[in-house]
Design a protein around this ligand. Structure first.
Ligand code: SF4
Length: 372
């Protein structure tokens, strides 16, 4: 049975025409906007990504503006979305594209040219095969498949393929299946439709097979294996880490010399009645590089973490935060002080101005529960 018959495409496109969501990045062929949306939507649901897409398009309507932005501002706009390397790569790629144009055209009179080949897109930081295929097809209607998680699931079921899709051999195999299925005459429409079909109809659990327009083409449906597919490789064990954060709370009228640090946003005059705290920027090549958080002690073991208690803390908030390969166990100790202590590499900030800094997701979660 050939899955890729004309009838298959007709049924898929009819379904898409009736059911697709109106998404701003599908209503444009501007490669810069499509690229922004694709980077934002990596590991992010559409409902959450929509707000960030609008933020970026509003703040940086042209790629030159993103390239000229301060990295801290880009990270702040990204705040809450997680996986901050995506924001750093976004910024790096924008600068690469604009710098390349400047080399070509010293006075930069012409419009910045966004890469318009699969290879050119794939060479950008943060752009893998999926993202390059998506931009190539959505912006330029080029015949490249775009395999996101939804498409892997649809392919696994249509072809009744039980190979793990997230191994390198599995990826190659699924890529071949996607190339077989791709409608080379209408790649933009095909990729939009198959992705949307996976996102809205061929769901991970209990897909509506009874009402599926592609049912007669679905080998997994015929074989009764729908719920078993797709297959993933076994998950890696998570590494546990143990963090103790100290949140200093200082409300005394005080003239803090650190207000004069070189941080250009640190212009606030200390005023009576305001609450101040200390934060520091993570520098090391680890999670959340360049983001801000409260002063941290990382413990070597769970026992050490459990027994740690700062002398004057009034309360502690416990949170667990899961990253792709790590499970973070964190406690945030609230420590009221008359004067902020001198701790290397920290800066004093007004509590109300914490929002001006790009904070880690874990820090944001803690702030939601702190009664200051
Ligand atoms: S029949 Fe079920 S499993 Fe097969 S494509 Fe349709 S919804 Fe997906």
């Amino acid at each position: 049975m050939a899955v890729y018959s004309q009838k298959f495409y007709r049924l898929l496109y009819e379904w898409y025409e009736i059911n697709h969501r109106v998404l701003p990045w599908r209503e444009t062929s501007n490669p810069y906007y499509i690229w922004l949306s694709e980077i934002i939507l990596q590991q992010t649901r559409v409902a959450q990504g929509m707000d960030y897409y609008h933020r970026f398009v509003t703040a940086y309507p042209r790629i030159e503006m993103l390239a000229a932005a301060d990295e801290d501002d880009v990270l702040r706009l990204w705040q809450g979305l997680g996986y901050y390397s995506r924001a750093r790569n976004l910024h790096k790629a924008a600068k690469m594209i604009v710098d390349r144009q400047k080399t070509k055209d010293k006075r930069q009179k012409t419009e910045v040219e966004f890469p318009d080949t699969f290879e050119g897109l794939r060479a950008l930081p943060g752009v893998g095969d999926y993202t390059a295929g998506a931009i190539a097809s959505f912006a330029y209607n080029l015949p490249y498949p775009a395999l996101d998680g939804n498409v892997y699931r649809v392919l696994a079921r249509l072809f009744d393929c039980d190979e793990a899709f997230d191994t390198s051999a599995g990826k190659k195999h699924f890529h071949r299946l996607a190339e077989q299925l791709l409608d080379v005459n209408l790649p933009r429409l095909f990729n939009s439709a198959i992705m949307e079909f996976g996102a809205l109809h061929c769901l991970p659990s209990s897909p509506d097979c009874a009402a599926c327009p592609l049912q007669t083409f679905c080998r997994a449906y015929a074989a009764g294996t729908v719920e078993l597919l797709p297959v993933r490789k076994p998950r890696p064990t998570l590494r546990d880490r143990y963090f103790s954060y100290t949140i200093y709370i200082c409300s005394r009228k005080t003239k803090d010399k650190r207000q004069k640090t070189k941080d250009k946003r640190q212009k606030t005059k200390v005023e009576s009645g305001n609450v101040y705290t200390l934060i520091h920027q993570r520098r090391e090549k680890d999670i959340w590089q360049h983001l801000y958080e409260f002063p941290l002690i990382e413990h070597a073991s769970e026992a050490e973490w459990q027994s740690y208690q700062p002398a004057t803390s009034s309360a502690a908030i416990s949170l667990t935060h899961i990253l792709s390969h790590q499970r973070l166990h964190a406690r945030f100790f609230l420590v009221p002080v008359d004067e902020l202590p001198a701790i290397a590499e920290t800066i004093a900030v007004r509590w109300q101005e914490l929002d001006d800094y790009a904070l880690s997701r874990l820090t944001l979660k803690a702030l939601e529960t702190i009664p200051v």
